[in-house]
Ligand binder design. Sequence first.
Ligand SMILES: Cc1cc2nc3c(=O)[nH]c(=O)nc-3n(C[C@H](O)[C@H](O)[C@H](O)COP(=O)(O)OP(=O)(O)OC[C@H]3O[C@@H](n4cnc5c(N)ncnc54)[C@H](O)[C@@H]3O)c2cc1C
Length: 404
Amino acid sequence: MSKMHDVIVVGAGPVGLLCALDLARRGVRVCVLELEPSTTIDLRAGTFHPPTLEMLAPLGVTDAMLEIGMKVPIWQSRDLEEGLIAEWDMSILKDDTPYPFRLHLEQHRLTPILLEMLSKHDNAELLFSHEFLSLTQNADHVSVLAKHQDQESHLLAHWVIGADGGKSAVRKSVGIEFDGYTWPERYSVVSTTHDFSHLGYADNAYVSDPDQWVAFFRMPDKGPPGLWRMTIPVGQSYTDEEILDPKYANSVFQRVLKTPPEVQYPIVHQSVYRVHQRVANQFRRERVLLAGDSAHVNNPLGGFGLNSGIHDAMNLTEKLSRVVLGGESSALLDLYERQRKTVNMEYVQEISIKNKHNLEEADPQVRHERFAQLRKINASEALSREYLLVSSMINSIKKANSIS
Ligand SMILES: Cc1cc2nc3c(=O)[nH]c(=O)nc-3n(C[C@H](O)[C@H](O)[C@H](O)COP(=O)(O)OP(=O)(O)OC[C@H]3O[C@@H](n4cnc5c(N)ncnc54)[C@H](O)[C@@H]3O)c2cc1C
């Protein structure tokens, strides 16, 4: 007879590892199943907002991130034609958060931190190369069917968290719909050693343009001076192969930075991916809970995806540990769904879509009205603070906490 875990977490991405770490440190017996033989390394999220750093601080994760990450207190709104529109100084939030900045750190540098911390807990088990296949549940527990080296076996737990990403097999196995849509364009992410700061670029800048907007981020990489990363949308007329040709990335850099073809940008990484706006119609089905990309996906404009996944994880683990260890009613887990689903619909989806529309707006009059509005907000400390409370997700957490 298989051992009964308190919780099985499916997926050792940042959200799954964090769920496991926070549950384990609270005393819950947890087992993580991960399809891959190790944590993955690729170009994904890399911006952490103040509430995320606040939530991770009690676990010691924030201090570890600050050691290798890059503090970005200033970010810019730019336009390809008009140049700088507004420069946002997050130190205005110094009375709202102990972390009045964005922290840039590659997602694949966060997961080893979480992994190492998790390995110190005897009540946590991590099984790599274990694929979740399906589950059945009854009033008492969940039985998970997993595959390891062509061998199938059943694992038992009282609760399962699906943190297995946008294509979540857990979500599919309990028949939860993933409502929303996929954008027609793909996004390309490119990083280079070329330094843009001498061109007046802050370490994070969003450049609007009706033909092709660009989001720039300076990332810490293995240490100073770091790498510059750009994210761009690419239309359907290009194949993935064409997008991944360094010549294409160079032509975009030359166009945006207005440099002649002789200026070449050494390309370090490139990737291309599809972007969706989708939210699961339930975050809980009886003993199965969803968190992170398995529950919601969005475009990266604003850096909300991973941050909101971490906010899910910390909200869920606090409640689930009270149910598991404190014998509290599982109705508490419906509150998790109400808080996190509402905020995702009303905040993450709405604002990430608005950010995208603003950057690609083609009507010159609408564009100029938006620039005028941004300049007006930027000129006032009170309005800037309100603007930054939204963009830094502080208001989204206040909203979630206000839902009972
Ligand atoms: C290609 C790509 C590029 C992205 N780029 C950006 C970006 O530039 N900026 C940004 O803000 N956000 C970006 N995102 C979004 C961001 O990376 C996600 O929000 C974040 O990874 C969510 O973390 P997660 O732990 O929920 O899911 P994931 O990081 O996807 O982790 C899920 C884990 O579950 C595992 N898994 C999947 N299926 C199974 C199974 N059946 N059994 C066991 N394990 C399984 C996977 O191997 C993986 O380790 C990107 C996402 C993708 C997919």
